[in-house]
Design a protein around this ligand. Structure first.
Ligand SMILES: Nc1ncnc2c1ncn2[C@@H]1O[C@H](COP(=O)(O)OP(=O)(O)OP(=O)(O)O)[C@@H](O)[C@H]1O
Ligand SMILES: [Mg+2]
Length: 323
């Protein structure tokens, strides 16, 4: 796979595969949306390995990370490794996200994924570099970026519908418009009939669906998601991944989705940014050649998926894998 600096859902900025891999059964009528990513060919270099990292900022990108670095301060302790220097979580991270793309940040525990995501959300200021959203430098949280965490963090005293409308309510939006939007997201997330339930009356997957609806109701152009399905059982997790993709296809948001699960990244992403062990650096930039719609059933028998997964797993096991 050759390096491409921006991989949008329409594949517009990159050369497309001359012969995109077919899903199981080889149904040539599969819709092309969002025609993944893709450098030339099937996504591999001539030697069969994955691409080198990129990093340049691209005009028209909805999110640009420019040489972002982050070191957490010592916080009064001063002992042990790294004494006097704090914890360097992220180092020289650059990437551009195309509008409407679904990009996964994949990497081992502690490599700085949440730090990168929190910098985009505006919860952390980078100690080096900067992040641009729509061409403007991020200076703090804003309504243009919705956030979903691993825990749904619902307000227990508000009913489901009131949790979903929290953002517009706080912003003083009109009740009628907000309720109409809430109904749409209740339907999209399959929560109709539960609007008047309290959060404690829901299952874990349903609570996370409320959190998704709450993030999406304000229709932020960018959604940042930090392992939102990490606490769910395997079956619910797959259902939630399918739900996420189906709503994303309707809303066209740009999504940065953090995971340490290779299968989740392969199922969801237009593009996978693989982060090295701490300090987190961009190790590999992998545009996905996998066609949509995807199902786990089709992916497990897709040879391109198998090869991509193998290459990613091999890359992540190299002792010094930053290219
Ligand atoms: N608020 C903080 N103060 C100090 N150090 C922190 C803070 N948050 C994270 N770190 C450190 O930064 C490094 C990266 O943490 P981060 O949470 O970004 O990793 P991660 O890739 O999200 O890990 P995980 O997959 O386990 O969630 C870790 O070494 C962690 O100890
Ligand atoms: Mg994390």
């Amino acid at each position: 796979m050759s390096a491409t600096s921006e991989a949008g859902p329409d594949g517009s900025s990159a050369a497309s595969s001359p012969d995109p891999p077919s899903p199981a059964g080889g149904d040539a009528s599969w819709p092309s949306r969002p025609g993944p990513a893709a450098g030339p060919g099937d996504g591999f270099l001539d030697d069969g390995s994955l691409s080198a990292p990129l990093g340049a900022a691209d005009a028209g990108a909805s999110v640009v990370f420019e040489n972002v670095g982050h070191t957490y301060p010592l916080n009064g302790r001063g002992r042990g490794r790294g004494r006097g220097r704090g914890t360097e979580a992220v180092q020289d991270f650059s990437a551009s996200l195309a509008p409407g793309s679904l990009v996964c940040l994949l990497g081992p525990s502690g490599c700085g994924k949440s730090t990168i995501l929190n910098i985009l959300a505006g919860f952390e200021r980078p100690t080096k570099g900067r992040v641009l959203v729509g061409g403007r430098e991020v200076a703090g949280p804003g309504p243009d970026r919705g956030v979903v965490f691993q825990e749904p963090n619902l307000l227990p005293w508000r009913r489901v519908v009131e949790n979903i409308t929290l953002g517009p309510d706080l912003a003083g939006k009109s009740k009628a418009g907000t309720l109409a939007a809430a109904r749409r997201y209740l339907e999209l997330t399959g929560l109709e009939g539960f609007e008047n339930h309290a959060p404690y009356e829901l299952s874990g997957g349903m609570r996370q669906r409320v959190a998704l609806a709450r993030a999406w109701i304000s229709e932020p152009p960018i959604l940042v998601m930090d392992e939102p399905f990490g606490a769910l059982d395997a079956q619910t997790r797959i259902t939630m991944q399918e739900l996420l993709v189906s709503i994303w296809e309707k809303t066209g948001s740009t999504i940065l989705f953090v995971t340490h699960d290779v299968d989740e990244a392969l199922f969801l992403a237009d593009r996978i940014l693989i982060i090295s062990p701490r300090p987190g650096r961009l190790a590999l930039d992998v545009p996905s050649p996998l066609p949509r719609p995807r199902t786990y059933e089709s992916l497990v028998v897709d040879p391109v998926h198998a090869r991509l997964k193998r290459e990613i797993l091999l890359a992540m096991r190299q002792p010094d894998w930053v290219i």
